[in-house]
Write a protein that binds this ligand. Sequence first.
Ligand code: SF4
Ligand code: SF4
Length: 442
Amino acid sequence: MLVTTRQPTQLHIALQQYATRALPQVQAHQHIASGQCLADHPNGVPVYAPRAGRVRSVSAQCITIDVDTDSHEAPALVEPHDHFLERVRQGAMVGLGGAAFPAHHKWRGTPHTLVINAMECEAPIHCDRALLSIRPDSPLRGGEILAEALGIARCVIAAKADFAPIFQSMLPRVPSWELFTPAPHRGIGAERTLLRALDGATLHGPASEQGYIVANLGTLDALARWWDHGFALTHRLVSVGNEQAYWAALGTPLPDLLPDTQDAQNTENAAAHSRTLRVGGLLSGTLSTEHHRGLQAQDNSLSWDDASTAPLPAEPCIRCARCAPVCPEGLLPQQLHWYQHQSEALVALGIDACTTCGACDSVCPSHIPLAAQFMRAKKTLRTQRSIDAMAERAQARFAVRNARQTRRAEQAVERRAQHRQGDKRQDAIAAALAKRRQRKAS
Ligand code: SF4
Ligand code: SF4
């Protein structure tokens, strides 16, 4: 496995995070140091400078930095917080398995089991393999830190068969830990599927609500580097093509990472031939025409989608039912396919349990991109749910505001009535005094 480091001359650092967008704290033309905080948001994680340099531009989406050629990765310029999860947030820890979900949210609760997910099983992703070839101890160290900080009693390394010997050799260091090597099948690396294989656990909602933390090797490596050496998450391992991997700064322009691969001659050629960049795995990844953006925390793999990986044209479903028995979640993919645009039906059919593993795709004789459809449907559902939640919150605020206005109006009416009564009393007194004066005068 060839792992090399990239020295970028410019960085395009994205500010969009999982559910929020970090707010810039630097300005154009400002000189910044390696490890300096560039942006932050209380609901997300801070963004640090991977290298020193000069800020070329700042927009709501991205900070562009001209990198000082002699600069290096450096520890974050912050005082580490005492509280574990706050310190995790401070180190910009997000899941490096592909979702970039903030770790300080995922690691809440009182977990009883830590599962170290070393099941990297989706081609062409191989950044975990690359990590084990350069820093095999580091994910284990991250696991120890996490387990100790959260008081987790049980730690399990779930490793695919090729990785198992590497962990087996390290087990004497953590004798109470278990090594679990599940039977390989499609989608086994997905959190839900893995926990069912491990404990027969069925997840209803996030794993942490049922006492499990499932952490990817890259995330634990990042935690160890932050905890022991003060490096916030400013770099990641990204696999490129089928063989290569880079240790690259977040924000590194993708063309700097792609040209040396056997999959692509260079970015210009790629653009000329309208090739599509695949970010992530063949099933869970996304296709992008944005070849010039900067590397982001969720980008675990880059490859070109060429004729050999392009899907065959889809044909109508022939209701052969081959997709149902292979679904590890016991779903009915053909039904999900039929109702892919009907949210209520999809929820009733259990779309939330779909891990988009693609097992159904692999057997479908009509070449229907089922997993991609389900991924889109889940995204639409998530958006719809967040819109509904926002609408509910707005409605609640509106009801409170209405009640407040009604109460104020009633209070005003009451005050006016009291004033009127007061005025009448004053009038009666004034009339009585006038009468008395008249009597006296006569
Ligand atoms: S429906 Fe298809 S993609 Fe979803 S979990 Fe089942 S087999 Fe995997
Ligand atoms: S395998 Fe494909 S064609 Fe057969 S029922 Fe499932 S979706 Fe339809």
